[in-house]
Structure formats: structure tokens, C-alpha cells
Design a protein around this ligand. Structure first.
Ligand code: ZN
Ligand code: ZN
Length: 135
């Protein structure tokens, strides 16, 4: 399958495409995703190494841990990507909320569910992992 999904930030400066189907789609409730996105949780779709192409603009990188960077638009601040720098697979994750058609993506699981804010009620029936899913 050679499906291509496109997406971009709020202001439109940074645009990207991902090829193929995501390997994983998670709602992440960790405190880092919460702070980075200013949201209760962040929904991520993980793709194989070479699936991503930045088609317009340049995303800024923030090294958020010893093993990953988060990329965002330097103009509007929109969170776009999570990149593992230490060889994990899938290594490229995109924020599902920045896809042009997020309805094309089907979430699979809640992760870091133990860190969720108490007023988020996970009633979608998806499985939960309390911490890191250890892919
Ligand atoms: Zn932007
Ligand atoms: Zn997270």
C-alpha cells in the first residue's frame, strides 16, 4: 500500500507527508507530552524510518530526553514530530492532530495512562499501558 498522509502546523509554514500505514497509534498521557502540547494528552502515529518527508519549511528540534527530539514550528509553536535518536523503531512519530485528515488514523492504545489527569475519562474501550509500552 502506498498511502500518503499529509499534515502541517497551525500557521502552515511547516508541511510534511508520511508514506504507508502507521505501525502504532497511541494516546500518550505522559507529563512531557502534556507540557509540550499544552493538552491533556497527545495522540501519536509512529511510522518507519524513511516514511517522513518535510515538504515545506523547517521544523525546530528540541532534545526532550537523552533518546529523542521533539520538532515543532518555530513560528506558531505547533508540535509536529517525535524522533527517536537511538535506533528505536518506529523512529518517526507525527502528532495525529496535525494531519490534514486525522480521521484516517485509528488509535490503538493509551500509554502512560497512570500519569493521566483525573478528569480525562478513557471510555473508548482501548487497552491501556500504565507506563512506557516498550516497543
Ligand atoms: Zn506554524
Ligand atoms: Zn508522551
Amino acid at each position: 500500500m502506498s498511502e500518503i498522509l499529509s499534515g502541517g502546523c497551525l500557521c502552515g509554514d511547516v508541511r510534511y507527508e508520511v508514506r504507508g500505514s502507521p505501525t502504532y497509534v497511541f494516546h500518550c498521557h505522559c507529563s512531557m507530552c502534556r507540557r509540550a502540547g499544552g493538552t491533556a494528552f497527545q495522540t501519536w502515529a509512529g511510522f518507519e524510518d524513511d516514511a517522513l518527508t518535510i515538504t515545506q519549511g523547517t521544523a525546530e528540534d528540541y532534545k526532550s530526553s537523552s533518546f529523542a527530539t521533539r520538532s515543532f514550528c518555530g513560528r506558531c509553536g505547533g508540535q509536529l514530530l517525535y524522533n527517536y535518536t537511538s535506533g528505536q523503531s518506529p523512529s518517526v512519530w507525527v502528532t495525529v492532530g496535525t494531519l490534514d485528515h486525522p480521521e484516517m488514523i485509528t488509535p490503538q492504545r493509551h500509554i502512560f495512562s497512570a500519569d493521566s489527569v483525573p478528569w480525562v475519562h478513557m471510555v473508548d474501550g482501548l487497552p491501556r499501558t500504565e507506563g512506557d509500552p516498550e516497543l
